[in-house]
Design a protein around this ligand. Structure first.
Ligand code: FES
Length: 127
C-alpha cells in the first residue's frame, strides 16, 4: 500500500474517543471492553510512526449513539476535502477494525471509508 508522506508540521489523522457520561460507561453499554478498546486504539497510534493520533474527550453530544469516535482527517486529507466523520455505536471489535483500517489507508480525504463503517456514521450535534 502506498502511504501519503508526512510533512513537517502536518497533523496526522486523529481519533477523538468520547469518554464522557455515557461513552465508555459499562453501565450504559455492558458487554463492551471499553478500557480494552481505548488501549487498542492507543497501541495502534503508538505503532503508527506518527500517522495516527488518539485522544479522549468529554461528552461530544450524541450519547444515545455511543460509543462515539470522531475520525479527523490529516492535514493532507483535509486539503483534499476530507472532513471529520462521526462514528457511532463503536461497541465491538469489528467497529475498531474498520476505523483502524480506514486510518491505516489514510483516513478522510485520502481513502474511502470501509462500507460497514458508513452505516455507523452519525451526524455531529448542531451548535
Ligand atoms: S458521552 Fe459520548 S456522546 Fe455523550
Amino acid at each position: 500500500m502506498s502511504r501519503v508522506p508526512i510533512r513537517y508540521g502536518a497533523r496526522p489523522c486523529s481519533l477523538v474517543v468520547c469518554r464522557g457520561c455515557c461513552c465508555g460507561d459499562a453501565r450504559k453499554n455492558p458487554g463492551t471492553d471499553h478500557a480494552g478498546q481505548l488501549a487498542r486504539l492507543r497501541e495502534a497510534a503508538a505503532a503508527s510512526g506518527g500517522r495516527l493520533a488518539v485522544r479522549t474527550s468529554d461528552c461530544l453530544g450524541p450519547c444515545a449513539q455511543g460509543n462515539i469516535v470522531v475520525v479527523q482527517p490529516s492535514t493532507e486529507g483535509r486539503r483534499r476535502g476530507g472532513r471529520a466523520a462521526w462514528i457511532g455505536f463503536t461497541l465491538d471489535d469489528d467497529s475498531l477494525d474498520a476505523i483502524l483500517a480506514w486510518t491505516e489507508a489514510g483516513g478522510p480525504g485520502i481513502a474511502p471509508p470501509p462500507a460497514a463503517l458508513t452505516l455507523q456514521m452519525v451526524d455531529p450535534p448542531k451548535n
